[in-house]
Design a protein around this ligand. Structure first.
Ligand code: NAD
Length: 357
């Protein structure tokens, strides 16, 4: 098969980590008989420099004309003091909106060979951890009505958490589809003991699953309890579905359990199969251009693209196994380096993974 992939390298370490992911995808293509055609488009700070805007029209058109999109990261010191409307991050929000992406999926996986990188005790994480947080991305309090008024001690400000049945059902569908390929269990996180929006969320996820996914078990967990359980017993989680704000916070907490930001990928999906795949970390301007950035998060993002946009499950597994082998053989980039292991550059790490496909 032939696939058209738009590559948004972005800023800082973006180009180096995307290069690593492309090298691995090219090897997968050779091995499994696919052709991946990569077209690069500007986004973020480099797009501001080149075109005066963080999201040029040709980038949007290129993404919409592609089968899927791989993103490095945006931002950097150079653009930190620019007006809000032309900040690199605007490019990111803009492309998500233009592509109609309303879900964000972040697997927080602790690889067995990296168990010592976790800040949690060995006993808690010894069997590995893989928490997949499915976060609603375009609704809730981040996009609800807000306002401010008054003066002095009477000054006030407010934000609104509002969800419709439609929004809850479409994110639940994504969680159920994922759970079908895994444990067939979804934990839905809310604050139904206090919030009206959470009570609708809870009612809707149960009714939707019972009607369309009767084979899926849905359990509810309050957000405060979830925050505790992630550090107390992370192995109990598989697929977690939640609102925009709860997902934002819990996915950062879950990422920390794995101890290594350079290893975690994420995908954003909408109604079709086209998605936006990226590492969870930023553009790391402090290490850009030194060939020490860990490319694994971006390589795993590319693997998720193969599985979730192109239904290439064997090819996804091939990348995951290659990453596992390289780690088991003791190769480490600087960010995950430990005594007794072999330190390699970012480009060498990508090369080793490609060699093992
Ligand atoms: P960051 O994730 O870029 O870096 C945090 C720390 O982790 C740094 O010490 C960095 O060197 C390290 N790190 C990150 N990725 C790494 C990798 N692959 N390998 C090794 N080490 C890695 O976060 P930050 O420093 O807060 O932000 C830097 C810039 O990135 C800012 O401009 C911010 O706005 C932007 N940002 C972009 C995105 C995105 O594009 N999705 C996300 C977060 C931050």
């Amino acid at each position: 098969m032939n696939y058209k992939i738009a590559v948004l390298d972005g800023d800082g370490i973006g180009p180096e980590i995307c290069r690593g992911a492309i090298e691995v995808l090219e090897k997968v293509g050779k091995k499994f008989g696919h052709t991946f055609a990569f077209t690069h488009y500007p986004i973020g700070g480099c797009a501001i420099d080149e075109c005066g805007t963080p999201l040029p029209e040709r980038t949007v058109e290129g993404c919409l004309a592609s089968d899927s999109v791989l993103l490095g990261a945006v931002g950097g010191y150079k653009w930190d003091n620019m007006p809000v409307d032309v900040r690199p991050e605007k490019g990111l929000l803009g492309i998500r909106k233009a592509m109609g992406l309303y879900s964000n999926i972040r697997p927080a996986k602790l690889w067995k060979s990296l168990v010592s990188a976790s800040p949690l005790k060995y006993d808690i994480v010894k069997d590995g951890v893989e928490i997949i947080i499915v976060r609603e991305l375009t609704g809730g309090i981040y996009f609800g009505e807000r306002g401010k008024g008054g003066e002095g001690k009477e000054q006030y400000a407010w934000d609104t958490e509002k969800y419709s049945v439609y929004e809850i059902e479409r994110i639940m569908k994504i969680a159920c589809e994922l759970a079908l390929k895994r444990s067939r269990k979804v934990i839905s996180v809310d604050k139904a003991n206090v919030l009206e929006s959470s009570r609708l969320w809870r009612k809707t996820v149960h009714e939707y699953a019972a009607k369309y996914y009767p084979e899926i078990t849905v359990e509810d967990m309050l957000v405060d309890n979830t925050a505790m359980q992630i550090v107390k017993n992370p192995a109990q989680f598989d697929v977690v579905v939640t609102s925009n704000i709860f997902g934002d916070i819990l996915s950062d907490e879950a990422a920390q359990v794995t101890g290594s930001i350079g290893m975690l990928a994420s995908s954003s999906l909408g109604d079709g199969t086209r998605g936006l795949y990226e590492p969870i970390h930023g553009s790391a301007p402090d290490i850009a251009g030194k060939d020490i950035a860990n490319p694994v998060a971006t390589i795993l993002a590319a693997a998720m693209m193969l599985r979730d946009s192109f239904s290439l499950t064997d090819e996804y597994r091939a990348i995951e196994c290659a990453v596992e082998s390289v780690l088991e053989e003791g190769y480490r980039t600087a960010d995950i380096m430990k005594d007794g292991k072999t330190k390699v550059s970012g480009s060498r790490m990508a090369q080793l993974i490609a060699e093992r496909i």
